[in-house]
Design a protein around this ligand. Structure first.
Ligand SMILES: [Zn+2]
Length: 389
């Protein structure tokens, strides 16, 4: 399933300006409270049946973060739950006369941010609270060691981006959640790539949490990646559609100075800020850099080599379908050869019965790694382009 494209960014803009006002009549119900642990924060998502006002505050002794939802009721199924991930100890739901109170018991004073999200793509209205993780000395050292491992490796660095995660499941069909499959494939692709001499791989996400698109790009840049591979599985209304598809960013993704391009960027900026992001120099360069012609040409070559590798087997588990072009947000502003893989249609009964098997994911990972290796063999980056990464 694809990343939200530009048209949808406008919806986020309304939210950022606090459009969550109390609903006119029917009481709003808290339907669920869920959480996801990411490396730098824990995300709590409160599912509500409609737009509602809320407030968040922190209290000391003992430390808590309290979300008040006045004029709300909680569904019967919503209760307390243990978290114990080092950021939140427990989530408690209090039913008060004045509404619902969600209490996050935290071990220490914790920084947090929050924002509402409107219902979209089958998901309800939500209130999101992100609590920052305080890293222990051991965790800081572990991350530094991983950075050093990549920085000191000779040869090519491949950034592997498992699409979606956490509150964003991607396509869901036949009981399969795309986000889970993307991560399984990402881990196998990392193994397949690192099995090859002169290659190092970096996982953009390595757990069940969402990463906003521009942070995916930033992480690849931080590691000076030589290629960016975004992994997905498709979902379509037409259940007959099947096969593997590869996507490259279309030339329309190239930004020029027309009114439409300016409006798009403004929406993107607001989307970033609406999610609590700060627009700094790095981010500006992602939003405002013109996609380089050379990078686009190299992305096309990379995609061709990967397609060739996928077509190598006479009787593949899922046949290769097509190379397509789209204006993907996640591939935009990327200053390295990039490709987006859709490894089969979860909405197709036959594809769905194949994709979740280890054997298939292993075959797909090996084929992708073969294509990536072939690309760098045939088209090593020219020295004069070294500064363009
Ligand atoms: Zn997807």
């Amino acid at each position: 399933m694809f990343y939200r494209r530009f048209a949808a960014a406008a919806a986020i803009l309304c939210l950022a300006s606090g459009a969550f006002s109390p609903a006119a009549s029917a009481p709003v119900t808290v339907r669920d409270v869920r959480f996801w642990t990411a490396p730098d924060y824990t995300r709590v998502v409160i599912d509500v049946s409609g737009q509602t006002s809320y407030s968040v505050r922190s209290i000391a002794g003992p430390h808590r973060v309290v979300i008040e939802l006045p004029a709300c009721a909680a569904a019967k199924s919503v209760g307390n739950q243990a978290v114990g991930d080092g950021v939140i100890e427990r989530i408690r739901v209090n039913r008060l006369k004045t509404g619902v109170q969600v209490v996050l018991d935290v071990p220490r004073e914790t920084e947090f941010k929050h924002f509402p999200l409107r219902a979209e793509q089958g998901r309800p209205d939500r209130i999101v609270i992100d609590l920052a993780r305080t890293l222990s000395g051991a965790e800081v050292e572990k991350r530094a060691a991983e950075k050093r491992r990549v920085a000191e490796s000779s040869g090519y660095v491949i950034a592997i981006d498992a699409g979606h995660g956490g509150d964003a499941p991607g396509a869901v069909h036949h009981g399969i959640h795309e986000k889970t499959l993307n991560l399984r494939l990402a881990r196998m692709l990392k193994e397949e790539i690192e099995r090859r001499k002169g290659y190092t791989a970096v996982l953009i996400r390595d757990g069940d949490y969402d990463v906003v698109w521009y942070k995916r790009v930033l992480k690849a840049r931080e590691h000076n990646a030589d290629a960016f591979v975004s992994l997905h599985f498709n979902g379509a209304r037409d259940s007959r559609l099947s096969g593997i598809e590869l996507y490259i960013i279309s030339p329309e993704g190239v930004v020029d100075e027309n009114a439409e391009a300016v409006a798009e960027r403004e929406h993107l900026m607001q989307e970033v800020q609406g999610q609590g992001g700060v627009v700094n120099g790095d981010l500006e360069s992602i939003l405002f850099d013109v996609t380089r012609t050379n990078t686009m040409q190299r992305s096309a070559l990379l995609t061709e080599e990967v397609a060739r590798a996928l077509k190598k087997e006479k009787d593949p588990p899922i046949p290769f379908r097509a190379i397509r072009q789209r204006n993907f947000v996640v591939l935009r502003g990327i200053s390295m050869p990039s490709i987006l893989v859709e490894g089969g249609y979860l909405s197709n009964k036959k594809d769905a019965s194949i994709v979740a098997k280890d054997g298939y994911l292993r075959w797909l990972a090996r084929s992708l790694a073969d294509g990536i290796e072939e690309f760098f063999l045939k088209h090593p980056p020219a020295a004069e382009n070294a500064g363009e990464r």
